[in-house]
Design a protein around this ligand. Structure first.
Ligand code: NDP
Ligand code: OXD
Length: 314
């Protein structure tokens, strides 16, 4: 008697879907690509996705576990009909965290070492030796979100000598990092950030957290780096805050609408750096390992790892 193989639906962009089929087949897992293959809804045990079409997951009667291709799971929680009894496993990976920390470090160093001003001086053929970087410990970097990625970023910045603080829901003990926790600590945290980095999950509590009111709580001339989700920033508030001098600039890897529409003034503002949501990309190998390991655990009846708390939203 043949035993039915566990079956995964790949609900991912079709141009990438082909990548997973072979390594999953090698692990004894059947896969279908949504939008390309014909499959019966009741044949699907597992789903891998980033942003499934709202209302779709609830139509799979035998769904057992959902795997998120990304660390952020807002794309699933945006579905008001997400079947809440189905566990959602998110992608947690060292190389993803390291790449994110690199993005943070790149933009922190651009600010700390006045690189934009030096680039402008070069364009004007000016030899300017007066823009010396300040002492590293005098640059205060604050990280919103001290989770998997925030913690790796904080450690890297501490190692390089920056003054680092972090804001999270619960207090943290991390060498060299000043911990601020909870809503009541937010204003105090923001008041001491020369560079503010957002690495929060997007939840109802954190949506729009970077806005004119919170920018005004930062020291004048602070710089904002958002590598989390576009929904964290009230985009209409960014350029006015820069024009008033409250912010010295912003680096935005994620935007409310992606791709950022060509008409957005953020594209062309000289003090705004826009990157196309590429701070870190989930790699094939680790994402296959997450799915294979999760399915094996589920089949053996073992606890899953990196399960999202659906009521908390991350
Ligand atoms: P984690 O879930 O590991 O960490 C989240 C952190 O945010 C925790 O420290 C948590 O606090 C804190 N937090 C959550 N809600 C609140 C709140 N209401 N008030 C204060 N603190 C809060 O997430 P990751 O580090 O793995 O990922 C962070 C985000 O990075 C993802 O959600 C995703 O949006 C983004 N991302 C972007 C990528 C890109 O390419 N641009 C790539 C990968 C991720 P506590 O620890 O107390 O629970
Ligand atoms: C993620 C992302 O959440 O790529 O992992 O944005």
């Amino acid at each position: 008697m043949s035993v039915r193989k566990p079956t995964v639906l790949l609900l991912v962009p079709i141009y990438r879907a082909g990548e997973w089929a072979m390594p999953l087949a090698e692990a004894g897992i059947e896969s279908y690509v949504h939008g390309r293959d014909t499959y019966a809804l009741d044949s699907i045990d597992y789903v891998l996705s980033f942003r499934p079409p709202p209302g779709f997951l609830k139509t799979l009667p035998n769904l057992k576990v959902v795997f998120s291709l990304g660390a952020g799971v807002d794309g699933f929680l945006a579905d008001p009909e997400y079947p809440k009894h189905i566990p959602l496993v998110r992608f947690v990976d060292n190389s993803l965290s390291t790449e994110m920390a690199q993005y943070v470090l790149l933009h922190v160093l651009m600010v700390h070492r006045s690189q934009r001003a030096l680039d402008a001086a070069q364009k004007d053929v000016r030899w300017v030796q007066t823009m010396l970087p300040r002492r590293t410990e005098d640059t205060r970097v604050g990280i919103l979100g001290l989770g998997e990625i925030g913690a790796v970023s904080a450690r890297l910045l501490v190692e390089l000598g920056f003054s680092v603080s972090g804001w999270s829901r619960t207090p943290k003990t991390m060498a060299g990092v000043k911990s601020f926790a909870g809503k009541d600590a937010l204003a105090g945290f923001l008041g001491q950030c020369d560079i503010l980095v957002c690495l929060l999950p997007l939840t109802p509590d954190t949506r729009g957290i970077l806005n004119a009111r919170t920018f005004a709580m930062l020291p004048k001339g602070a710089f904002v780096i958002n590598a989390a989700r576009g929904g964290h920033v009230v985009e209409a508030d960014v350029i006015p805050a820069i024009e008033s001098g409250q912010l010295s600039g912003a680096a935005l890897d994620v935007l409310e609408t992606e791709p950022l529409p060509p008409s957005s003034p953020l594209w062309r503002h000289p003090k705004v750096t826009v990157t196309p949501h590429i701070a870190a990309i989930s790699e094939l190998g680790p994402s296959v390992r997450m799915v294979v390991d999760g399915i094996r655990r589920h089949v053996r009846g073992e606890p899953l790892v990196n399960v999202v708390d659906l009521t908390r939203g991350y």
